[in-house]
Design a protein around this ligand. Structure first.
Ligand code: HEC
Length: 477
């Protein structure tokens, strides 16, 4: 335990959302002279790819905003960029898999330029010609929000003990219907927030939301003071409805983004926002009372997104039960689209034991499209990935998710020493696993058909699990 926990906790420190974009970053073309210099070659590269996080007040532990900043860590920078730990980006860019927009990646040529520069003693070059360090608009990275909300109460997080789940209702209750294009979250207890999920709910629903509900409207047990509210698939169905009503989330490592052009999530008149916080004690008492920034569309959008999660409910009914010492534990689920959709983006979720996750679509004509492949899953760097070009998936397309877990001491993110059996659960050191395609149906009726069909898919899984034919997972007690 002793030597493993710091690894887990330093990962928790990696919780990141960067809050500002460069106003303008001067990018000069790398000159092809013999020795690269900071002024001509390195400054543009660092300012464009690194400074957004590596500056004061952001997630990264030091700034990269000057020649001295970079020179001090030259060797280190070559090392972490060469093994592609920085800039952080976990979606594999490989044949058969879709390309994403806003990809953070250095080219092989840029990597070798960095190395050549460091090997040559990190010459400054003509600093009079060096680009100025980027300037950033302070505050929220997506610009001035339409609405900023602060959590109504401070949540006290003890130093130790089980994880906390809190469903916090933020009263909004506007008279008009709106459409949400983005929500950003600035937690005060950055290390402790394991996730925040955002849901819309009728303004009068506040009293129905329990602290220990897995999703607003659902309690899968959990033994907390929320008690049990309805069991089995009825509650699960409610939860699914709530989950599809979700308007996004915040996880460690996410970069806030607007939904793609023309897309927004409905926020009906007289709605409130429910924020579900999952908090993980980190060894020091902390307080969470973060702020949310909400962005509304100026005009009604053409379409909204539906989350196609495979397996559904973060793998709740997928029977996740990983023996101690198992290095190659697999979870597989497959779901056939009942209607046509356009695919806009994708994300994954799992905890520390997952190593690899892959989502692939097989179209009715047999062609395949890789939706997302992460072969070095890192809980500290969860992001949503939007496709460079959205694309169509016809009715009858099979969507398959495969997740691989490594529950051996060789897993660099293994939280348990000695290793132990790990099952599906809500605690950070339990496991989960699912991948989510962000899709849009052609018509609202198709949207209803899709949600009903996903409900059925989940109920079937749940039934199998409850009849004990699953792999032994049970609802958490
Ligand atoms: C999205 C935000 C982000 C971007 C972009 C980014 N970094 Fe980082 N970087 C971090 C965070 C957060 C940490 C500290 C946590 C960690 O080590 O994972 C970090 C850590 C580092 C470290 C220390 C690693 C260690 O093992 O302690 C180096 C060196 C580094 N970054 C260099 C770079 C360089 C060079 C770039 C650009 C090519 C870059 N980073 C881009 C967020 C970022």
């Amino acid at each position: 335990m002793k030597n493993r926990l710091p690894i887990a906790f330093s990962l928790l420190t990696a919780l990141v959302a960067f809050r500002a974009q460069p106003d303008a970053v001067a990018v000069s073309v790398a000159t092809n002279t013999a020795t690269p210099t900071f002024a001509a070659d390195i400054a543009p590269l660092i300012y464009k790819n690194c400074s957004v996080c590596h500056r004061p007040g952001q997630s990264a532990p030091f700034s990269l905003l000057s020649y001295d900043d970079v020179k001090k860590r030259g060797e280190f920078i070559v090392k972490v960029t060469a093994r592609r730990y920085m800039p952080p980006w976990h979606a594999l860019n490989t044949a058969g898999f879709e390309e994403f927009r806003d990809t953070r990646k250095l080219s092989d040529q840029e990597l070798s330029m960095l190395k050549t520069w460091v090997d040559a003693g990190m010459p400054a070059g003509d600093m009079a010609k060096a680009p100025a360090p980027p300037t950033f608009t302070s505050g929220w990275s997506l610009g001035a929000p339409d609405l900023v909300l602060t959590l109504p109460n401070t949540i006290n997080i003890p130093a130790e003990g089980p994880d906390l789940y809190r469903n916090v209702v933020l009263p909004i209750d506007q008279a008009d219907a709106r459409w949400i294009t983005a929500i950003d979250f600035a937690p005060t207890a950055r290390r402790e927030v394991h996730h925040a999920l955002f849901f819309t709910g009728a303004a009068n629903m506040s009293s129905q939301v329990g602290d220990n509900d897995l999703l607003p409207g659902l309690n899968l047990g959990g033994g907390g003071r929320g008690g049990r509210r309805g069991g089995g698939s009825a509650a699960a169905a409610t939860a699914l409805d709530a989950a599809w009503g979700g308007v996004g989330g915040w996880v460690p490592g996410i970069t806030p983004k607007f939904f793609p052009e023309g897309i927004a999530q409905p926020f009906p008149a007289h709605s409130n926002l429910v924020v579900q916080l999952h908090l993980h004690p980190s060894g020091k008492p902390q307080q969470e009372r973060g702020q949310l920034a909400i962005y509304f569309a100026k005009t009604p959008p053409a379409r909204s997104l539906t989350a196609v999660q495979v397996p559904p409910m973060f793998g709740y009914a997928a029977g996740i039960d990983i023996p101690a010492g198992e290095s190659n534990y697999k979870v597989h689920d497959s779901y056939v689209l009942p209607v046509d959709v356009d695919a806009f983006g994708v994300r994954g979720h799992a905890h520390y034991l997952a190593r690899e996750m892959k989502m692939v679509a097989t179209l009715p004509d047999g062609t395949t499209r890789g939706l997302l492949w992460i072969n070095d899953w890192d809980f500290g760097w969860q992001d949503s990935y939007y496709y460079k070009t959205p694309f169509h998936l016809p009715k009858g397309t099979r969507i398959e998710t495969d997740i691989v877990y490594d529950n051996t001491p060789a897993n660099p993110r293994q939280p348990n020493s000695p290793v132990k059996r790990v099952k599906w659960g809500r605690e950070s050191f339990d496991e989960m696993g699912s991948m989510t395609l962000m899709a849009s149906t052609m018509t609202p009726t198709d949207g209803d058909t899709l949600r009903t069909s996903m409900n059925q898919h989940f109920r079937q899984q749940l039934l199998v699990m409850m009849m004990g034919r699953g792999r032994g997972s049970r609802p958490p007690q």
